[in-house]
Design a protein around this ligand. Structure first.
Ligand code: SDX
Length: 428
């Protein structure tokens, strides 16, 4: 027997179907609300609004749980590699040995980009932010790969999916190399995904480059942590762009643009800059006070989350990885790490943060780790985008395969001027 909920307004009462998922909150299906009451619902930040049905990722913000296709993030980060997670997010099951080998082979053979992309890069200033370059160059893929932009063709959707996952690291490395005036390094097919990316970033033509296996394993784990996260702002952007039928490269470019914001993926860059600005443990109380001051726009970057009202499970793994990488690289006393550890300790005992349930999120420790690996701050969000591409494209794929899918078109509460007549300028 189907469940319903009642909504009463003035003299009207409407019944709305209640839908229950596998786990997590049920939803009230309000699709017919406007037709039956002439009213919209109002939820500007979508805090109480489910935009879609999905089987990909589940977050329990109160318990600090993150599942990719039902598997806990802790287990995937511990046991698998990033391409295994990509396969899982795309197809719903962990791959067999043969399926994984085939997937790795296909991704590896799409890592090169059209040679004319190199000329595309030369149009940028060398000091362009790499995220600006990524938004542009990923969008430009639709100008080079016309044979995989027809979203109505399932085969073209598969090829576009392989291409975008495979080419993001190559474009990211090109953006980095271009910013430091070094020549682009081509991918090598005998390297795994993350080792290939590290080599394209840090190798130079003048000498052999040896990938540090500790750094490669740690970065691969960081990619797993960032791969998907339900209907976050950038994923919702990709879904909305895709709902109009835009090609996948344009949709991912839209996701990259949204991720760039400091309230979202740009927080890892902002968090490291904040730690550097705080500078020393002695300065922490001043910044905690700023974060609590309603009249001060300052926020503790890398803290807080729309969904997690407990510790972000990714942040725990990120913190562990951070300590491992710094130890393995022989970085004993990183002042930024000292500030981060003390800032976290103070904040977690402060009434304001406890009452507002503000915990470190994935961006709090990632910057320190990436800096230790040799990446400049400007590349941090680019790395987030490389990892999140599989989540974006998996959610885009799920949306297009949903038979109920249609263009997303929210309504509004209008508070502007009522109808009025045009006045000639002379009489204004
Ligand atoms: C990511 O959605 C996702 O899943 C995103 C992400 C993903 O994987 O895709 O997890 C990645 O974006 C992580 C979040 C990275 N952003 C930051 O670290 C930036 C700093 N954090 C804040 O800007 C904020 O916490 C947000 C944007 C993350 C969440 O903001 P919300 O849910 O809109 O919450 P809010 O702004 O309404 O804050 C609730 C209260 C407010 O106080 P009151 O108005 O109720 O008095 O908490 C305060 C805020 O002022 N608050 C903070 C704070 N974050 C929230 N106060 C100080 N420092 C902070 N960081």
């Amino acid at each position: 027997m189907s469940e319903t909920g009642k909504f009463s307004f003035d003299d009207k009462t409407v019944e709305m179907p209640i839908k229950r998922g596998t786990i997590g909150p049920a939803v009230a299906d309000i699709a017919k609300l406007y037709g039956q009451t002439g009213m919209f619902t109002y939820d500007p930040g979508f805090s109480s609004t489910a935009s879609c049905e999905s089987k990909i990722t589940f977050i329990d913000g109160d318990e600090g749980v993150l599942l990719y296709r039902g598997y806990p993030i802790e287990q995937l980060a511990e046991h698998g590699d990033f391409l295994e997670t990509c396969y899982l997010l795309l197809y719903g099951e962990l791959p067999t040995v043969k399926q994984k080998a085939d997937f790795d082979y296909r991704i590896t053979r799409h890592t090169m980009v059209h040679e004319q992309m190199a000329r595309f890069f030369s149009g940028f200033r060398r000091d362009a932010h790499p995220m600006a370059v990524m938004v542009a160059s990923v969008g430009a893929l639709s100008a080079f790969y016309h044979d995989s932009t027809d979203i109505a063709d399932p085969n073209q959707r598969v090829i576009a999916t392989m291409r975008i996952i495979a080419k993001m690291p190559t474009l990211a490395a090109m953006a980095y190399k271009y910013s430091i005036g070094q020549p682009f390094i081509y991918p090598k097919n005998d390297l795994d995904y993350t080792s290939n990316f590290l080599r394209m970033c840090f190798a130079v033509p003048c000498e052999e480059y040896k990938v540090n296996p500790i750094v490669s394993r740690a970065l691969d784990r960081i990619f797993i942590l960032h791969a998907d996260h339900e209907q976050n702002a950038s994923t919702s952007t990709v879904r909305l762009a895709g709902s109009s039928g835009a090609n996948p490269f344009a949709c991912i470019a839209a996701g990259i643009a949204c991720l760039w914001g400091p309230a979202h993926g740009g927080a890892n860059e902002a968090a490291l800059k904040m730690l550097a600005e705080i500078g020393s443990v002695e300065n922490i109380p001043k910044y905690i006070a700023k974060a609590k001051d309603k009249n001060d726009p300052f926020r503790l970057m890398g803290f807080g989350h729309r969904v997690y009202k407990n510790y972000d499970p990714r942040a725990k793994i990120m913190a562990k990885t951070c300590h491992e990488v710094l130890t393995d690289l022989g970085i004993k006393d990183d002042p930024l790490l000292d500030v981060a550890v003390e800032l976290e300790r103070i904040a977690l005992h402060d009434e304001y943060f406890i009452e507002k349930k503000l915990y470190p999120n994935i961006d709090f420790y990632s910057g320190i780790t990436l800096k230790a690996m040799g990446f400049p701050v400007s590349m941090f969000t680019v790395l987030f985008a490389v990892a999140r591409t599989v989540g974006w494209i998996a959610q885009w794929k799920e949306m297009l395969e949903d038979p109920s899918q249609k263009i997303g078109r929210p309504r509004q509460l209008y508070t502007g001027a009522p109808r009025r007549e045009y006045e000639q300028m002379a009489s204004r």
